[in-house]
Design a binder for this molecule. Sequence first.
Ligand code: ADP
Length: 450
Amino acid sequence: MAGASQPKRLLILSSKLGYQSRSFAEAARRLGAEVAFGTDRCRKVDNLWGDGALALRFENPEAAAEAVARLASETPIDAVLALGDQPTLAAAHAAARLGLTGNPVEGAWNCRTKLRQRQVLRAAGLPVPEFFAFRLDELLEEILPRVPFPCVVKPLTLSASQGVVRADNPAAFTAAVGRVRALIQSPPLTSSHRTDLDRLLVESYIPGREVAVEGLMTAGRLRVLAVFDKPDPLEGPFFEETIYVTPSRLPAEVQSAIADCAARSVAALGLTDGPLHAEFRIQEGKPWVLELQPRPIGGLCARALRFGPDRIGLEELLVRHALGFPGAGAEREVEASGVMMIPVPRSGIFDCVDGLDEARATPAVTEIEITARRHDPVLAWPEGSSYLGFIFARAQDPARVEQALRQAHARLRFVFSSELPVEHPAAPRAGCGESPRRRPAAAKGSRARR
Ligand code: ADP
């Protein structure tokens, strides 16, 4: 039993153990807590990579919770934190099994597929696009009459806009379905143990500006931590993210409509505790729900948010909340802040990036991390799901932040080689003849996602 003097222990569940899980673990350790990891990266062998990770199957959340309970019987666990969409249901099961605070299993279940989420939100009267799902073995001629053009086609359980394609007419729809089908039937995804990849969701396309909301839920009450504007149009046909800037420049009444819509969606889904990441489109001042997930913003984007007088990061705020430490109520800093997820201009073998030192010298730019490694195969959207890296900026106002991100990005030139290299050099490098500062030691496949 955990005595009063024993450190608290946080279990981080994540498909990828890379820089995101590391930054949460570091935040927990800074607070004097211990950290355990659970992953489905290798689903059979515990601690395969020497990081002590428990091997779990997130697609079988009851069994994952059982394995977590066995771990907790040896060393107690005080909180479970899911990073990314895949472990959220296993995290809910594990929390229920251990009697810890967490989202109810039903709430996490309601977010497990995009279809289920749409059904629950529509039934509760929330503004969602028209939608229907179809099986990949159905005949397209029979589906086409039901498609509301312009539409968006998407897989039920992928993330980071992977496989999300807009189609404005039947020919584009047929091409989109073929392309998404090829993606979800390709080896990386067929071997990924994702569920529900045998169907696609079709939705009416909602025009308008898009925002992301980062939130924190406590006993069913949602606190909005930040509303990020996405100043690029995101009109498709593919939906790779680029710039996030907060605070939002939308009128106060639109922001409060977004917060209200987010709170009603959380209640309808039955989510109650922990981080929330959500996306909305704004049409004539009215928010439409695109998606909510009970997990924090992905990739390195959490670095764009700092809280309280000590400027603690989002990771630390969320760990404090999960473990019941003081300080989770800290307010976001007043300075404007933003991040650019560096788009992938073309599929190929990443070689290097030119202009990094110049880009880093851009006024208001605070940090640039190139997370793609030399000779990594990178895929452009819609097949892709990993960014080349992240640019961060801070300034007095959001317009200045946006400008700095664009300027820095314009100074970067990404070099690709189309062929796989014959030899892999021992040390990958980021810059073409420049100092590759602060290269994260991310394992292959643990690159940037939103
Ligand atoms: P993911 O979970 O993979 O990010 P989303 O369903 O959130 O998938 O879609 C990714 C992006 O695609 C959204 O952020 C948005 O830009 C665009 N998108 C998705 N659905 C719609 C829609 N119905 N109308 C307009 N844009 C959409």
